[in-house]
Ligand binder design. Structure first.
Ligand SMILES: Nc1ncnc2c1ncn2[C@@H]1O[C@H](COP(=O)(O)OP(=O)(O)OP(=O)(O)O)[C@@H](O)[C@H]1O
Ligand SMILES: [Mg+2]
Length: 344
């Protein structure tokens, strides 16, 4: 019997998920749904593609980009204390509404928690998710569908470990790469708000050598935003800077501003800080065999970090958006745990 496994990585920037076939990625934002004033799209019929709306406990929520566009009281998942209790449930249910194709089957979940939340919240999160969830899914035309999804098992992992699992396990969840099972590997996961450091020692998570800092990529974006504000007088949400930074230029009120120089400077500074923290937290772990750099911010900062890190960097496979390596690893870990009972 095929197992119904879903991996979910709820980051402060993006929620990432996979059911083994499809990947889902949306901004970790939700807000109370409002009635549409005008229909969104004048030229095309509404599609359900980016419409993410659920009703939980009598409250209707827009989730992801839809919340950013339509809700007046956006909730960002940045509040550390609410992260597990309320935010993660809504983001997880929104994920299930898209990725569960057959609601008659029980689902098994593998979910990642930030290093700094792992020990304290792993049991609470598992307990909250392991139940039958009753909620409504609302499509772009406003039609409500009653949904019940039974989550029969939950495993919680420290977020960056997903990237190790992704390299260690095959697509069917079997250990394929000896090195990850025998070596001591340091992982640096650069996200939107935070950077997580951890060690996988012979495939096992070690709390020693783990650290969370606030040096996410948003720190560099904030610096770029503030320089931009000096130049054009407008506060631009850091969320909106990604494309502009990628292109190296932004148009504000019809005028173009070059971002290359300030970006280069901000990224270099952030990369140095992240590398310095790595060198410090792993000061006594001179026996680390190699270091992996992951997370969406890891992809952006990799070229700046290579020179500053003490140790050998193992490149991760370039076959996937860097933001998705953790979650693909969670899915494989789910297969390893539930679908291959005999292992090898
Ligand atoms: N296509 C893309 N769109 C937006 N951001 C991208 C894209 N590709 C890479 N990024 C980078 O990825 C970063 C987010 O990475 P990631 O999804 O790993 O963070 P997160 O896990 O949500 O954050 P945290 O680890 O702090 O909780 C963005 O800040 C941006 O720099
Ligand atoms: Mg992350």
């Amino acid at each position: 019997m095929a197992e119904h496994i879903i991996g979910i990585d709820i980051g402060f920037g993006f929620t990432k998920a996979t059911n083994g076939h499809d990947f889902l990625i949306f901004k970790s934002i939700f807000g109370e749904a409002v009635q549409f004033q005008i229909k969104e799209n004048l030229l095309h019929s509404n599609t359900d593609d980016d419409h993410l709306q659920i009703e939980v406990d009598n409250t209707s929520y827009f989730v992801g980009e839809l919340a950013e566009r339509q809700s007046s009281d956006r909730t960002f998942t940045l509040d550390q204390t609410q992260f597990v209790s309320s935010s993660s449930k809504i983001l997880a249910l929104a994920t299930l509404s898209k990725l569960v194709k057959d609601t008659s089957q029980p689902i098994k979940l593998v979910v990642g928690l930030p290093i700094g939340h792992y020990r304290e919240y792993k049991d609470e999160l598992a307990k909250m998710l392991k139940t039958t969830h009753h909620f409504y899914v609302i499509n772009a035309d406003g039609e409500r569908t009653k949904t019940s999804i039974q989550v029969s098992d939950v495993r919680v992992l420290p977020q960056p470990i997903g990237t190790v699992m992704d390299s260690l396990l095959s697509s069917t969840g079997i250990a394929q790469n000896k090195r990850f099972a025998t070596d001591k590997i340091g992982i640096i996961d650069v996200g939107f708000r935070t950077t997580d450091y951890t060690i996988s020692d012979k495939g096992r998570y070690s709390e020693r050598g783990s650290l969370t800092t606030k040096n996410g990529i948003s720190r560099a974006f904030a610096q770029i935003g503030s320089k931009l504000k000096d130049a054009c007088g407008i506060d631009i949400e850091i969320y909106r800077l990604y494309d502009a930074v990628d292109k190296g230029t932004i148009k504000v009120r019809g005028k173009s501003y070059d971002l290359k120089k300030i970006t280069e400077h901000a990224f270099k500074q952030l990369a140095s800080q992240i590398a310095a923290d790595a060198n410090q937290v792993w000061e006594d772990d001179w026996d680390i065999d190699a270091i992996m750099i992951t997370g969406g911010g890891g992809a952006v900062l990799l070229p700046y970090m290579e020179a500053e890190i003490e140790g050998a960097i193992i490149p991760i496979k370039q076959d996937l958006d860097y933001r998705l390596h953790n979650v693909r690893g969670y899915y494989k870990f789910g297969l390893y745990t539930w679908a291959n009972p005999k292992k090898k």
